[in-house]
Write a protein that binds this ligand. Structure first.
Ligand SMILES: [Zn+2]
Ligand SMILES: [Zn+2]
Length: 374
């Protein structure tokens, strides 16, 4: 089939390949943990000393996980992210933990993640076209041209864990909409970090499948048919290293495009090709977005100020957005104003979930995704 393995790539090592079954999560986890125990223990030492040798700012080096380590200094635990469109929750595991080498390893749930429809359900929130639909802040929004829009606004009034808990129980008691809450989240009991700090935006969904894709469609629509054809040819001919596994899609048909394909175009295809064809002010404006996402995605190439710079770029992009486009200031665009705090809490976005599942046949994971016991 298509699942070719390159023996020169580090991902071809046995310990980096696992096939995910749809069945018994508990026994899979236990096999995985046994298989990776040594790696986990080594990585655990790095996490405990907060020694990020690679500089990748993996999730374990960011604030949320480091805070858990301080909070439970004597507990043997691994952590999980709840990904809502992934495998079902195994509650037995959450309660009992897992016995490994005669030790009980507990599971801490660091955060919940998913696309906005999934998060709406998990958090018992109103839909993302309603007033106060943001789980992080008291964003009201306006009604404009038949759509709910969220124009640039800064600063935001943030929801605190106290407010979040109070508003959600008021909503549950009165069976009413309380600042966007419809009730108490089913996750609130399981999570080891308080809501809303334990929510991770699914960036592959919000930024790639939603925002970038609508921007591609919008920008493409404004070009002449001749230029569109030229761009489509250039995209399909762009060479890539073989480990990308995919070629770039043409803009003609974006309906079945995958998040990773959008990421490839956004990071590697858009600027080199579009700078020859797009008006420079539009190009410059969208370049703010591309550079910001590139900085949030990968290692901290600009040092400790990387996320500050990314945030400045994204907020400038958002600030000027309505001079270029109409009707696209939606909730997913608003979510980008919370990316800097997401990055501080959980590290670079390439580590957060969805990108592990890039390949449809094999699930390639880095051993360091499975966090170490203390
Ligand atoms: Zn290779
Ligand atoms: Zn918000």
């Amino acid at each position: 089939g298509d699942a070719r393995i390159c023996l020169n790539c580090p991902t071809s090592a046995d310990s980096n390949i696992a096939i995910i079954y749809d069945s018994d999560l508990m026994s899979i986890l236990s096999i995985l943990l046994k298989k990776l125990w040594k790696t986990i223990c080594t990585y655990k030492e790095k996490l405990r000393s907060n020694n990020d040798v690679s500089g990748d700012l993996d999730i374990g080096f960011a604030y949320a996980y480091q805070n858990l380590l301080r909070k439970f200094p004597n507990e043997n635990f691994i952590t999980a992210l709840m990904h809502l469109d992934g495998v079902g929750l195994c509650t037995r595991f959450f309660c009992l933990g897992i016995v490994l080498n005669d030790e009980i390893v507990k599971l801490k749930v660091l955060a919940v993640t998913g696309d906005s429809p999934a998060l709406k359900i998990a958090l018992d929130f109103i839909a993302h076209n309603g007033y106060y639909c943001c789980y992080f802040c008291y964003l009201r929004g306006i009604h404009q041209g038949g759509k709910r829009q969220y124009p640039y606004q800064c600063p935001h009034v943030m929801r605190t864990p106290g407010n979040f808990a109070r508003d959600s129980s008021t909503a549950a008691q009165l069976k009413s909409n309380e600042k966007g809450h419809l009730g108490v989240s089913i996750c609130s009991e399981i999570l080891d970090i308080k809501l809303p700090y334990s929510i991770i935006i699914d960036y592959a969904h919000a930024s790639l499948l939603r925002h970038s894709k609508s921007m591609f469609v919008e920008i493409y629509r404004r070009l002449s048919p001749v230029i569109r054809a030229t761009i489509d040819i250039a995209l399909s001919q762009q060479p890539f290293p073989h480990f990308f596994h995919r070629r770039m899609k043409s803009f003609k048909d974006l309906s079945f495009i995958k998040a990773t394909e959008i990421r490839n175009i956004l990071f590697y295809g858009f600027l080199p090709i579009f700078h020859q064809h797009l008006q420079h002010d539009y190009l410059g404006h969208f370049a703010l977005y591309i550079c910001a996402m590139r900085l949030f995605h990968g290692r901290a190439i600009l040092g400790p100020r990387t996320s500050d710079i990314a945030n400045d770029l994204i907020m400038k992009y958002y600030h000027d957005f309505n001079s270029f486009y109409d009707g696209l200031e939606n909730f997913v665009l608003h979510l980008h104003s919370h990316y800097q705090s997401q990055y501080r809490m959980y590290g670079t976005f390439s580590h957060l979930g969805s990108f592990g599942q890039e390949s449809y046949r094999l699930y390639r994971f880095q051993p360091n995704r499975y966090y170490a016991p203390r």
